[in-house]
Design a protein around this ligand. Structure first.
Ligand SMILES: C[S@@+](CC[C@H](N)C(=O)[O-])C[C@H]1O[C@@H](n2cnc3c(N)ncnc32)[C@H](O)[C@@H]1O
Length: 294
């Protein structure tokens, strides 16, 4: 484990997750991590740039991580794993490998599934290309899954920390106080008193909409200036931001074992959470420095 750099709140180690498990740091961190937030190499049925494992081999590797991650969590800690959809090689059919890998991980770790989220990326390029843009027999695959797990049914979480801005019509309602209360066709009875209370924002849903285009400008500029190939699978800033705000407090520890361009670490830094990240590839580590103004 080589310390690649450190900041006010965190450290990035050049390491695989396997080396980390054999390091004394792993023992030191047992029971202390408040949030593991990560996007592991995806279970592809073909090789991608950073050498993903394939098929059953992937599933077995991925599931073997679960008991190790479990040990790291604080008693009320959470783990969020982002996993994309997988497709069969050369076929217009989806593979269940991604879902199977997740279920094996959940079961092997003995985790509780708190909630499923999806990240919808409206700017996602059409793919799988052959079936979507050439033959036009499938539509764009434009979301990934984020699985929220814990060792407890009630991990630390507060949706008041991730409220969304009220819609214009709701703001108007709150201002003029007039609302057509009563029974809805859905049989829901809308009483005006509770509905019109200002809660400082609306409760978000489990569909997170974020394009992967903005907030990356400085990173890309830094990579260009320093002749670094940008990470091909960066997540948008808004993804870790949502979960770090929702599931942790300032001073907590956020861990990303597959940091890539260290989006998680940079968001944690901004939100004043302590963070630890791992990434084995030097090129990605060098690019990630651009997120911290090195
Ligand atoms: C999907 S990417 C993460 C992208 C990241 N969320 C971001 O926003 O840049 C997965 C990363 O895991 C790294 N990786 C692959 N195998 C690994 C291993 N055994 N241990 C740790 N990291 C690994 C890859 O180099 C890659 O950068």
């Amino acid at each position: 484990m080589k310390l690649a750099y450190k900041t006010n709140f965190g450290k990035l180690y050049q390491s695989t997750v396997e080396s980390f498990f054999n390091d004394s740091l792993y023992n030191k961190l047992r029971g202390k991590i408040n949030l593991i937030f990560t996007s592991p190499p995806f279970p592809l049925n073909r090789k991608k740039k950073y050498g993903n494992l394939q098929g059953e081999e992937y599933l077995n590797w991925f599931k073997s991580l679960a008991p190790k991650f479990k040990e790291l969590l604080a008693p009320d800690g959470s783990i969020i794993i982002e996993l994309g959809n997988s497709w069969e090689k050369n076929k217009p059919t989806m593979s269940i490998l991604s879902t199977k890998s997740f279920i094996s991980f959940l079961e092997n770790g003995g985790f509780i599934l708190c909630q499923q989220f999806i990240w919808y990326n409206p700017a996602k390029l059409p793919g799988p290309a052959q079936w979507v843009t050439v033959e036009r027999i499938r539509v764009k695959d434009s979301f990934t899954n984020l699985w929220w797990m814990s060792n407890t049914e009630k991990p630390k979480a507060n949706n008041k920390n991730v409220l969304e801005e009220y819609s214009e019509s709701m703001k108007k309602l709150l201002k003029n106080g007039k609302y057509n209360s009563g029974k809805r066709p859905s049989e829901h009875n809308i009483g005006d008193i509770t509905f019109l209370k200002n809660h400082n924002g609306s409760i978000p849903s489990n569909v997170i909409i974020a394009a992967n285009t903005h907030s990356q400008t400085n990173y890309q500029k830094y990579c260009k200036e320093n002749d670094i190939i940008p990470h091909p699978a960066r997540m948008p800033y808004d993804l870790p931001k949502f979960f770090i705000n929702f599931l942790t407090e300032p001073g907590d520890i956020v861990f990303d074992p597959f940091a890539g361009s260290n989006t998680t670490g940079s968001v944690a830094e901004e939100l004043k959470r302590n963070w630890i990240s791992l990434e084995p590839e030097e090129n990605y580590i060098n690019g990630s420095k651009g997120r911290f103004g090195f």
